[in-house]
Design a protein around this ligand. Structure first.
Ligand code: DAH
Length: 339
């Protein structure tokens, strides 16, 4: 028995010595110390040992087990140490290497222009409001004085979801949402995407952006409209900018006008940029039509207001002297990085 035990012990220790990897140690542990391991089986055959020898043999088994266990632990620690050393060597970090530059993103010219417009109107106490791009015909046309079969609907053909729901053709639809809420006075702008079934060219796109503006309060007059929009133009294009209002027609304003600004390239003398005219058209505007107020539950005897609509791309093209709207949508970074 004693011989057998020392054989098992020698065998175990030599296997531990020869083992080449951490995982192997566990196999050895199971083979000798496990439930069905060699050392365990010696304990099981204890009944064949003379009773007086049993304590002695038991002690020897325990000693053998302790030796194997401690050797296993030592070997395990050695393996782990070697592994760590290898890892440290492989993962050396050279802190003197120059860093990899992160290429920062860039704001789109549309975004830059929009933020500038928002800043101007927020400075005048306006609120920035959002409205839905998928819209009811009622908000886009009907409530803006453009009933079924009105010719204005022809000029603003769009993408219909069904008879009653469409992609909005103008941010003017947000006027109606804001008026319906019934909170007066109103002083808001609403930027957003609009849609028309237009073919793409240098000045058209089936999807572009507008900024709507609306003010409703007691005693608002055309003088307020003119003063506000002149101030807006000066802040956007420079103090020397002059403005001019030409009579126009929009179904939801009366009277209506288009506003031109003096060409900021030539100051109004006429150049290639303004096609020799000295003036550039930038927005539509007017006094909110009494019927439009009424339809949204505002008493036109008590309240008046003005509204305007600006094309965002138009502002971006003018401000940054871009001659083709398509450049704004191609997302070529060589172009975008210039702003
Ligand atoms: N919604 C008009 C368009 O898309 C622009 C416009 C004109 C908006 C006059 C207004 C306005 O608010 O008063 O052509």
């Amino acid at each position: 028995m004693k011989e057998k035990l020392s054989q098992i012990l020698d065998n175990a220790l030599s296997q531990i010595e020869k083992s080449g990897e951490l995982e192997k140690l566990n196999d050895i542990r199971v083979a000798f110390l496990g439930k069905k391991g060699e050392l365990t089986s010696v304990l099981k055959s204890m009944k064949d040992v003379a009773p007086e020898d049993r304590p002695k043999v038991g002690q020897m088994v325990n000693e053998a087990r302790a030796k194997i266990e401690s050797r296993l632990e030592e070997k395990k620690a050695a393996f782990e140490k070697a592994l760590r050393a290898e890892k440290m060597k492989a993962e050396v970090i050279d802190v003197t290497l120059p860093g990899r530059r992160l290429r920062a993103g860039h704001r789109h010219p549309n975004t830059i222009a929009l933020e500038e417009v928002e800043k101007i109107f927020i400075g005048m106490g306006y609120e920035v409001v959002e409205g839905p791009e998928v819209e009811y015909d009622y908000y886009n046309f009907e409530a803006l004085n453009i009933p079924e079969n009105h010719p204005a609907k022809d000029e603003q053909d769009t993408f219909y979801i069904n008879d009653k729901i469409l992609l909005r053709t103008q941010t003017s639809s947000v006027q109606v949402h804001v008026m319906e809420k019934g909170k007066l006075p109103i002083r808001m702008i609403s930027p957003g995407r609009v849609f028309r079934s237009d073919d793409v060219d240098a000045t058209h796109s089936p999807s572009f952006h507008q900024i709507e503006g609306m003010v409703i309060d007691k005693n608002i007059t055309f003088a307020d409209l003119k003063g506000t929009l002149e101030q807006f133009a000066k802040q956007l294009f420079g103090e020397d900018t002059r403005v001019k209002f030409r009579p126009h027609h929009f179904p939801f304003t009366e009277p209506s006008a288009e506003m031109d600004v003096t060409c900021f390239k030539c100051g109004g003398k006429g150049c290639r940029f303004c096609k020799g005219e000295g003036w550039i058209e930038i927005l539509g505007c007017g006094m909110v039509h009494p019927h439009v107020l009424e339809m949204s539950g505002i008493d036109p005897e008590e309240y008046t207001g003005f509204a305007f609509g600006v094309g965002l791309e138009r502002i971006a093209l003018l401000k940054y002297e871009i001659d083709d709207m398509r450049l704004l949508y191609e997302n070529d970074t060589r172009f975008l990085e210039q702003f």
